[in-house]
Design a binder for this molecule. Structure first.
Ligand code: BT5
Length: 256
């Protein structure tokens, strides 16, 4: 697969015919090589990821050639984002970039907090962001051509199943251009999601807001209530049992 449009948008684009996990691959190279070799917005991409990771030790998988796995290097500190809490917006920015790229293909996508892109309730794409000192690696997987029989889980979908053209370069370029714009305005505002418009834009695309939800948190009891807002650092504010709780990590189930 060739990626001419994506190449023009990345600071550096490395295309791999196979990778274990593009996040791991990018992290290893960034740790090993001189900083100058990996400027912000360096990108690794493959359509054959053999050990893809989800959050909380889960796996992300698809048959070779059917799914685009990509990782983008951000250097938030160097870009002027000094508030660690602001980094909570980066997965949401990536999810929104993917939502917009997919909508451009005519597919009715929405964001599920914190990291899923859903089409009619089915998962088309997932985001995994991993931070180290001064860097965030933004991983995203998007299902391109999987058939119904190839889906790893029944709750998944693909661009092909949704009837859209799943050209890998067009999808990646659409994602990268939106990611660059959204992250660019966020960084220029010093990571202020309100001032940059990121908070409003993410909220508008986020199907979780206004819904009855159950949130399963990594630690603590599940929380059942109404998802009412995103707070200043991108946490989901849930109104339950007469009070508001801000959740920074967890799995959300949309109840209705
Ligand atoms: C995610 O985790 O959704 C984050 C997925 C991130 C994958 C990208 S690919 C490039 C980069 N390199 C990596 O190694 N990872 C990133 P989570 O919310 O934990 O969801 C994981 C769950 O999604 C699994 O437990 C399955 O139920 C489901 N799943 C696995 N593969 C899927 C697929 N291809 N499509 C839809 N759902 C899938």
């Amino acid at each position: 697969v060739a990626f001419p449009r994506s190449s023009a948008l990345a600071a550096r684009l490395v295309i791999l015919t196979e990778a274990t996990s593009t996040n791991d691959e990018l992290a290893a190279r960034v740790a090993r090589d001189p900083v100058a070799d990996w400027p912000e917005f360096s990108v690794i991409v493959t359509d054959n990821q053999t050990s893809g990771r989800g959050r909380l030790g889960r796996t992300w998988s698809a048959p070779p050639g059917t799914m685009l796995a990509t990782s983008v290097l951000l250097r938030p500190t160097a870009a002027g984002i000094h508030d660690a809490d602001a980094l909570g917006w980066i997965p949401l920015i990536a999810g929104l970039a993917m939502v917009r790229a997919v909508r451009e293909l005519g597919v009715d996508a929405e964001l599920k907090w914190p990291n899923d892109v859903l089409v009619h309730g089915r998962k088309l794409s997932g985001v995994l962001c991993e931070a180290a000192t001064g860097t965030v690696i933004v991983g995203a997987g998007i299902n391109l051509t999987l058939t119904a029989e190839q889906l790893p889980v029944p709750t998944a979908t693909s661009l092909a199943i949704e009837g859209a053209d799943a050209d890998a370069d067009a999808v990646l370029a659409g994602y990268l251009s939106r990611l660059r714009d959204l992250y660019g305005s966020f960084a220029v505002a010093g990571g202020d999601a309100g001032a940059s418009g990121v908070r409003d834009a993410v909220s508008a695309a986020c199907a979780t807001l206004g819904r009855s939800v159950r949130v399963e948190r990594p630690a603590g009891e599940p929380l059942a209530g109404e998802a009412v807002a995103l707070d200043g650092s991108g946490r989901l504010v849930v109104h339950a049992d007469g009070r508001h709780t801000a959740v920074s990590a967890g799995d959300v189930i949309h109840l209705r």
